[in-house]
Design a protein around this ligand. Structure first.
Ligand code: ADP
Ligand code: 5GP
Length: 200
């Protein structure tokens, strides 16, 4: 059995990470989405258990205390976390798992999982485009929009420590780049020792 890829995708809010992640899940049957826990209220089109598990601050704190998170962070004033069990089970079963998380979370995953994790940072073409995309999405009030834009520069500064950069200008091209990263990572020798084992 090959070793699973833990594909971590981060980006400033509005860069198109959710769009790219959804496309990847729809296209490839071997990768599954790690559904995060959050204290943020759901957006109109979001479903509990599919996009996020929407929980209270109390429940979230209880999960922290129980050590249920692989990583967690406060992002734009709300708490977000990845359940440890979901990711660990996937690796063990030789499946790939996709984490759509922020930069703080990405670095925690790198600390905990080492080379099992592959860190991809999605860049918008410019700050101007980022602003336009966020505004056009229409899911944030003025205050949240400002918070998210203010954080973007900080986040991009930390992108240097990621393994890969994907520029999301043309969506199809960005998707092909992301998908090619996953396909190449699947064939890393340390993940494909099963192929060598056939001969001995
Ligand atoms: P994120 O998850 O990074 O916050 P989204 O995936 O929600 O971003 O994308 C933000 C907005 O930009 C959405 O309305 C989405 O449809 C749009 N979008 C995403 N990628 C592109 C692209 N390559 N070109 C134009 N619009 C895009
Ligand atoms: P949104 O509120 O737009 O869905 O997400 C806001 C930010 O939180 C995004 O950058 C998203 O990637 C990040 N995020 C979502 N889930 C998690 C998680 O489980 N952990 C961390 N650290 N960040 C997350």
């Amino acid at each position: 059995m090959r070793r699973g890829v833990v594909l971590v995708v981060s980006a400033p809010s509005g860069a198109g990470k959710t769009t790219l992640c959804r496309k990847l899940i729809a296209k490839d049957p071997l990768i599954s989405f790690s559904v995060s826990y959050t204290t943020r209220p759901p957006r109109p089109n979001e479903r509990n258990g599919t996009d996020y598990f929407f929980v209270s601050k109390e429940t979230f704190q209880k999960m922290i205390d129980e050590g249920a998170f692989l990583e967690w962070a406060e992002v734009y004033g709300n708490f977000y976390g990845t359940a440890k069990a979901q990711v660990e089970n996937a690796i063990k079963e030789g499946k790939d798992v996709l984490l759509d998380i922020d930069v703080q979370g990405a670095f925690q995953v790198r600390e905990k999982l080492g080379r099992d994790a592959v860190l991809v940072f999605v860049l918008p073409p410019s700050f101007e485009t980022l602003f336009q995309r966020l505004k056009a999405r229409g899911t944030e009030d003025e205050m949240t929009l400002r918070k998210r834009l203010a954080a973007a520069k900080e986040e991009i500064l930390r992108a240097k420590a990621f393994d890969y950069l994907v520029l999301n200008d043309n969506l199809e091209e960005a998707f092909e780049e992301l998908y090619s990263i996953l396909r190449a990572e699947r064939q890393k020798t340390f993940r494909r020792e099963d192929l060598l084992a056939r001969f001995f």
